[in-house]
Design a protein around this ligand. Sequence first.
Ligand SMILES: C[S@@+](CC[C@H](N)C(=O)[O-])C[C@H]1O[C@@H](n2cnc3c(N)ncnc32)[C@H](O)[C@@H]1O
Length: 254
Amino acid sequence: MTMKAEEQLVEQFHKLYYSNGSRTWSGNTKWLGYNVLKCPLDLWIYQEIIFENKPDIIIEAGTMGGGTSLFLASMCDAIGNGTVISIDLQNTNHTDELPKHPRLIYVSGDSISDKTIEYINMYTYPNKKVMVILDTDHRKEHVLKELNLYSKLITKDQYLIVEDTNLNHPNPAGFEGPMEAIDEFLKENKDFVIDESKNKFYLTFNPNGYLKKLTWILNVIKHHVDGIIFYFFFFIFIASSEKLIYYERYIYSN
Ligand SMILES: C[S@@+](CC[C@H](N)C(=O)[O-])C[C@H]1O[C@@H](n2cnc3c(N)ncnc32)[C@H](O)[C@@H]1O
């Protein structure tokens, strides 16, 4: 199958799956009985990320029914590490209905308010490995504000996941969304990269939405690769020309 044919097939299936939300993701995908507004293939990616990186704190912005919060807490339990902090504007309105788990803390508030960020900081400071999932208001301006605030909390090698980058890509949204926010964010923030390996299952609701924070050494290599190559060859050139001079002197002196 050609690349183009493969892309078309994936896009068609994506649209079929997404546009039939009541049958698939929107209220009909559950974790231990609670609604999860996600594609199960993305949940599998989450499981792999959590196992591999063992975050101490997972911040989920956008609780809704709490199914994903419970899924994340279950994953933390399975690996024996981690606490989930889930934030939503509406969390106080239906606290009784939200799933309970010893590793799960709910916060009620606006994801971008100073109060919420101050509260979150109490858990993330100091030396905690922090992973973040952004899944609240999907308009570009809001996601960009979240990206700027929450990216500061992510520790090296951990993930900043932006949900629903499939809005406009390929599902028309009628407004600029999470993918457009990432594009803008990455222009200014060089210590994050899109981990394209997370698109491996073909269908994802978060195409290019898995951002990984680089370690300082990878950061230096990524952004200064031209300079590194230049200095490498420059050094070889200098070293070899010094050697030539030395040989020349040797020949003349003999
Ligand atoms: C897409 S749903 C979250 C789905 C959930 N993460 C899941 O996987 O099942 C979006 C949620 O974000 C909340 N929300 C919207 N704007 C918000 C904001 N500014 N701050 C906090 N929560 C917000 C809404 O109340 C809603 O429950």
